[in-house]
Design a protein around this ligand. Structure first.
Ligand SMILES: [Zn+2]
Length: 72
């Protein structure tokens, strides 16, 4: 198995500001990636295995999956 060479270090992901954003997260359980809403008022579950990825807290939702990328 050959891995592509990484051309430089990856940029660190910044903590999202307290605004609503769409976030690409990876499920910690199965590795499935999907987009969730940062201010979701309802729990978001992994579409593949059902693991809880976003937990609503009243304000900003708590992201339980691994944040890959802030989309907007
Ligand atoms: Zn999953």
């Amino acid at each position: 198995m050959s891995m592509p060479q990484a051309g430089g270090r990856r940029r660190k992901i910044l903590i999202p500001q307290p605004r609503s954003r769409f976030i690409l997260v990876t499920c910690p359980n199965c590795g499935h990636r999907q987009v969730v809403f940062s201010h979701s008022t309802f729990p978001a579950r992994c579409l593949s295995c059902g693991e809880l990825l976003v937990k609503p807290t009243g304000g900003k939702a708590q992201i339980l999956g691994k944040i890959e990328r802030i989309l907007a």
